[in-house]
Design a protein around this ligand. Structure first.
Ligand SMILES: [Zn+2]
Length: 95
């Protein structure tokens, strides 16, 4: 496993923070595998997850792709940091 898998189905495992249905799960290729849960109950307000949920709620075709990518990356970095991981960009990365 060397890529991020995004799971978005009707039978995702529940959010480990609140035990309610998750919106999506990102399975990160780190260590033994790290799962990040996006949850409409836990990821609220001005957090990266809250901003991602807001943009995912826009109709198809009305989501600004640049913001979708930015908020997805910010949510992943936030979720990884909460689990003790730190994102370090490559020196030749544009970000
Ligand atoms: Zn939750």
């Amino acid at each position: 496993m060397n890529r991020v898998q995004v799971l978005r189905t009707d039978d995702l495992p529940p959010c480990p923070r609140c035990d309610r249905p998750a919106l999506l799960v990102a399975r990160m290729p780190l260590g033994d595998g790290v799962d990040l849960y996006l949850c409409r109950h836990c990821d609220t307000g001005p957090t990266a997850g809250g901003r991602l949920i807001a943009i995912l709620g826009l109709p198809d075709g009305e989501r600004p792709l640049d913001l979708l990518h930015e908020f997805t990356a910010a949510w992943m970095h936030e979720g990884l940091a909460a689990q003790g991981w730190r994102y370090i960009p490559h020196e030749d990365s544009p970000n």
